[in-house]
Design a protein around this ligand. Structure first.
Ligand code: ADP
Length: 204
């Protein structure tokens, strides 16, 4: 099934609400969705956590949508086939958009391996709010870190469709930000993202 296909329903009529973005104009900052993509153990959750602290210190209201947490609830019916991964991303993007509309700055930490699905997430959220961050680490480095022991299991064939092993990761070509977590500390990666936000995403 192609989850990205439009499935129009002629009986749906979206109500024209008076203030669809009620929270936005009153906020001292522009809400955004920082979408962290990268292979497992590249550092997405670790950097998301530190970025969350930093953004809250700036006075932003924030929320983290982390892959494993989402898969324990909102997406617990989904597996790791290509179509399930796409549906996982679609749901997270839709939830992120709702949070964005409520005025939150949302941090998404999701492998999101296909460029098509990331592109789709961008289209749901809106280009002006979407900050794609490639949390980059060589596969060998991620595999050495392996904080959850997943690479080990994947190499033993105990996990199928594991990104980087027997499932593809499309390296982002033009992400808004790229952080090389082999070269940068967690603090340096967070600062790189904050600098980009300050330069490009200040209150309009
Ligand atoms: P992901 O969410 O991408 O799967 P995690 O954040 O869960 O990755 O795990 C990354 C692991 O790598 C953590 O154990 C973290 O402490 C470690 N690590 C080591 N150096 C770095 C770094 N420079 N940036 C981010 N994580 C790092």
């Amino acid at each position: 099934m192609n989850y990205f296909a439009q499935r129009p329903n002629q009986n749906l009529h979206a109500f024209a609400f008076t203030q669809p973005h009620a929270g936005h104009s009153r906020l001292p900052y522009q809400p955004m969705v920082v979408w962290m993509t990268g292979i497992s153990a590249s550092g997405k959750s670790t950097i998301a956590d530190a970025l969350d602290v930093a953004l809250q210190a700036q006075g932003r209201l924030t929320c983290i949508l982390d892959g494993d947490s989402v898969r324990g609830g909102l997406c617990r019916d989904l597996g790791f086939t290509d179509s399930d991964r796409d549906e996982n991303i679609r749901r997270v993007a839709e939830v992120a958009r709702l949070m964005l509309e409520a005025g939150l700055s949302v941090i998404v930490a999701l492998i999101s391996p296909s460029s098509a699905s990331r592109h789709y997430a961008r289209s749901i959220i809106g280009n002006e709010y979407f900050v794609e961050v490639h949390v980059d680490a060589p596969l060998e480095t991620a595999e050495l870190r392996d904080p959850k022991g997943l690479y080990k299991k994947a190499r033993l064939g105990l996990i199928k469709h594991f990104t980087g092993i027997d499932s593809n990761y499309d390296v982002p070509v033009f992400p808004e930000v790229r952080v090389d977590t082999q070269a940068l500390s967690v603090e340096q990666s967070v600062q790189t993202i904050l600098d980009w936000v300050a330069r490009n995403h200040a209150r309009t």
